[in-house]
Design a protein. Structure first.
Length: 141
């Protein structure tokens, strides 16, 4: 019984960490909008959540190609938490050609940023509701 409750909280936790990681990726794209040759990056949230949820099970992450890291690599705040390590941000397809080779479409990045922020907030609300439901059940109300 308790395993089902913790599994659901683990799923919400992974989703929240992925949303935070995606927000950092999008913010990096926006920050580099004027950098010549910069190629925008993003990842598919659904696929990343499935990968992280699958790797969260015992033994699933052992032997995966992303399991080991070179000690010389720099670690970001997102990758230090574990979810960022198992999420690969791919380069996005350029929608508007530019002379300097920058592939950041600011309109698309703003839309992605806003959508992800809303999804992040809704995930927080799901977690809050789940915790309130568990507390209500524990207290017998």
């Amino acid at each position: 019984m308790i395993e089902q409750l913790t599994r659901r909280m683990e799923f919400f936790s992974n989703a929240l960490q992925l949303r935070a990681h995606r927000q950092q990726v999008i913010a990096s794209n926006i920050a580099n909008a004027d950098t010549p040759g910069y190629v925008a990056r993003d990842f598919k949230f659904q696929e990343a959540l499935q990968n992280v949820s699958g790797a969260a099970r015992p033994g699933a992450g052992v032997g995966s190609p992303l399991a080991g890291h070179d000690p010389r690599h720099l670690r970001t705040a997102a990758s230090a938490g574990g979810v960022g390590e198992r999420t690969r941000a791919d380069y996005t397809v350029q929608t508007q050609p530019s002379l300097d080779g920058n592939s950041v479409d600011m309109d698309q990045q703003r839309a992605n940023f806003t959508d992800n922020a809303i999804q992040y907030e809704s995930t927080l609300r799901f977690i809050n509701g789940h915790v309130k439901t568990m507390l209500s059940a524990i207290q017998g109300q």
